[in-house]
Design a protein around this ligand. Structure first.
Ligand SMILES: Nc1ncnc2c1ncn2[C@@H]1O[C@H](COP(=O)(O)OP(=O)(O)OP(=O)(O)O)[C@@H](O)[C@H]1O
Ligand SMILES: [Mg+2]
Length: 234
């Protein structure tokens, strides 16, 4: 496969967090390029900086040094409003604990980001129904999160992440809270999305079954990329 464009470019990204009299070096000079259409796994021990890195890539957090560009746009010094716009347009997030709104149905949870997106061409409810159908939840539209299994809730969260058709999907331990069968369903859904939509997918995971399904794996140790980049199975 040849990759046309860089969708994530990190240059010397560092994150220092003040902790009382000390400073925690959560990231220490990350350099990486991720190309449109790739599925990349980020692995590494607890506390190695995986979630911090994903947050910076996704514009939820800012680096203390270095620069980060998403789809050719430097987001390093953007203000909160600009970052919000980038997140709405370009990025879908999936978290370990689903983060669905408990009082809203599956349909309402997925429709919400479409309503927020200013430039959306979609009708929120129509788009939400379509996505939930694709994810095998066409018969669960009016269920609330508490009325769904873990795997079903995570598929609702994936549908929500895809609501505005972002080019980039960031997932932090998407199967971390699921049994292996639900985890496999969720991974299948991510593979399908990536194949059909050309979506770039970055997955932070502890799960070797998940990591093995990505195109390449980056290992973080102590805030640094430990081993360069492995091409998975190739
Ligand atoms: N808000 C914060 N204030 C201070 N230190 C923090 C903060 N957030 C994270 N850290 C520290 O930064 C380091 C990296 O944390 P991070 O959450 O990125 O790790 P991780 O690789 O995602 O770990 P895990 O696999 O346990 O989720 C850790 O040492 C953590 O204690
Ligand atoms: Mg983490």
């Amino acid at each position: 496969m040849s990759y046309a464009r860089t969708i994530i470019q990190a240059r010397d990204v560092a994150k220092e967090l003040p902790m009382g009299a000390h400073v925690i070096h959560a990231l220490r000079g990350i350099n990486m390029d991720i190309y449109a259409g790739e599925m990349v796994g980020i692995v590494g021990p607890s506390g190695s900086g995986k979630s911090t890195l994903l947050g910076i890539i996704g514009g939820l957090d800012t680096p203390t040094h270095g620069s980060i560009a998403i789809d050719g746009v430097d987001i390093t010094h953007m203000n909160e409003d600009q970052l919000t716009e980038i997140r709405n347009e370009k990025i879908g997030f999936i978290f370990q604990f689903f983060n669905l709104i408990p009082t809203l149905t599956a349909l309402e949870n997925v429709a919400l980001p479409v309503q927020f997106a200013r430039k959306s061409r979609h009708q929120p409810e129509k788009r939400a129904k379509e996505l939930l159908g694709i994810l095998g939840l066409g018969d669960r539209l009016h269920h609330r999160p508490s009325e769904l299994s873990g795997g079903q809730q995570q598929r609702v969260a994936i549908a929500r992440a895809l609501a505005n058709n972002p080019p980039l999907l960031l997932a932090d331990e998407p199967t971390g809270n699921l049994d292996s069968e639900s985890g496999a369903t969720v991974m299948q859904a991510l593979q399908d999305i990536r194949r059909e939509g050309g979506t770039t997918v970055v997955i932070v995971t502890h799960d070797t079954t998940v990591a093995r399904q990505t195109d390449r794996i980056m290992t973080l140790v102590d805030g640094k990329i430990a081993d360069g980049i492995h091409i998975n199975g190739r």
